[in-house]
Design a protein around this ligand. Structure first.
Ligand code: FES
Length: 212
């Protein structure tokens, strides 16, 4: 007499397991490469933060950021950093992403006049606040004195950290800071320059402080 048929779902074999997971992985890769798939970077949420009038994003919340004197009505994924919002959603790319971990200072912007590492702050937290980026500091024809000093003192080499350096240096002018170079170095220590232009940067900051 034949055995009774097995009851319940069949147990997966090694072959069916590999077939299933292989298909899922391939589908994920195809989806990531498909046109229109949101571009992400490590640590960034997969859901893009679009403008209010853009495609709807599940769980997105409406916020208004006042950036460089202009109001931006946005819908953002609550996990979006201020840095990604500024660069990817508002398309102001002067603010740079270096480490994305709060260690290099390349992403420095001003929030209500104070410097912050925008990679460490969520856009959602700044609803209604005043953001200043390097684009809002000066213009090519009318540089901010700090921008002019960085040019005069050769305070940049590759330029990648420069916007963050300048934003920090401008904020420093309003912070308690001793008169000597050591005090400036201490307050600028959160901004890393991989080219090592530190003496030139300090000279530029001191020049602006002297003329302020
Ligand atoms: S990118 Fe924000 S501190 Fe490095």
């Amino acid at each position: 007499m034949p055995d009774d048929p097995p009851s319940g779902p069949p147990k997966p074999t090694r072959r069916t397991f590999l077939l299933t997971t292989g298909t899922s992985a391939a589908a994920a890769v195809v989806a990531a490469c498909a046109p229109g798939h949101p571009k992400t970077t490590p640590g960034q949420s997969a859901a893009p933060a679009g403008p209010a009038e853009g495609p709807s994003v599940e769980g997105a919340v409406p916020i208004t950021l006042r950036i460089n004197g202009k109001d931006h009505a946005l819908r953002v994924d609550p996990r979006t950093t201020l840095l990604d919002c500024i660069r990817e959603t508002v398309a102001l790319t002067g603010t740079k992403k270096g480490c994305d971990h709060g260690q290099c200072g390349a992403c420095t912007v001003h929030v209500n006049g104070r410097r912050v590492n925008s990679c460490l702050s969520l856009a959602l937290m700044h609803d209604g606040e005043e953001i200043t980026t390097i684009e809002g500091l000066g213009t090519p024809d009318a540089l901010h004195p700090m921008q002019a000093a960085f040019v005069a003192f050769d305070g940049y080499q590759c330029g990648y950290c420069t916007s963050g350096q300048i934003m920090s240096a401008v904020a420093l002018l309003k912070e308690p800071c001793g008169p000597d170079d050591a005090a400036v170095k201490e307050l600028m220590s959160g901004n890393i320059c991989r080219c090592g232009a530190y003496p030139n940067i300090v000279a530029a900051v001191q020049q602006v402080r002297k003329n302020a």
